[in-house]
Design a protein around this ligand. Structure first.
Ligand code: SAM
Length: 174
């Protein structure tokens, strides 16, 4: 209870512990999704960042088309998608034309990791993005997100994935 173990060391979770947990959850879920994704349909990586999760997805899903969205690309040079698969711009500008081009229900798997340190901004972003993401998912399609989304046609199946609750959010479209 005093937050120390017998040796006098603190037992609280450090920022390093927390970062490792988040990354472990992220990797475990991407592995889970690669096993559970339907055989047809697009894969979307939303938020390229430095390309870590994109690199993992493309390794686990060889031969699948992965479209990547990012407003300011600055990934590790080895972690860029092939020509034509990086869609540069703000999601509210790039997702609507993408839906028009590929069709509603065209995505089998969406991984979205776009959070910032500003929780209120994160909540508002998730609220505004939810209808666009929901429109993209095919029946049975899976969305993995770093936050909760409000998609009435989808079921929260986070509990089925064995990843600790609240770390990541997993939905399947009915
Ligand atoms: N999963 C990535 C990885 O493993 O390297 C990290 C993604 S990083 C946390 C989030 C990315 O989302 C940033 O590169 C940011 O530029 C992008 N992003 C955030 N909001 C966005 C928006 N509205 N439109 C496009 N990209 C956005």
């Amino acid at each position: 209870p005093d937050g120390h173990d017998g040796s006098g060391q603190e037992t609280r979770m450090t920022r390093l512990d927390s970062a490792i947990r988040r990354l472990t959850a992220q990797r475990d879920l991407l592995d889970w999704a690669a096993q559970n994704v339907g055989p047809a349909g697009l894969v979307l990586e939303i938020g390229l960042g430095n390309g870590r999760t994109y690199d993992h997805l493309r390794a686990k899903l060889p031969g699948r088309e992965i479209h990547v969205f990012e407003r300011s690309p600055a990934a590790h040079p080895d972690c860029y998608p092939p020509e034509g698969y990086l869609i540069v711009g703000d999601l509210f500008d790039t997702l609507p034309p993408f839906i028009e081009r590929h069709g509603r229900g065209s995505a089998a798997l969406i991984h979205i990791d776009i959070g910032s340190g500003d929780e209120e901004a994160n909540r508002s972003l998730a609220r505004r993005l939810s209808p666009l993401l929901e429109a993209l998912l095919q029946p049975g399609g899976i969305l993995l997100g770093d936050r909760a989304f409000d998609m009435p046609s989808c079921r929260d199946i986070s509990a089925e994935t064995k990843v600790p609750e609240g770390r990541y959010f997993v939905y399947r479209r009915a």
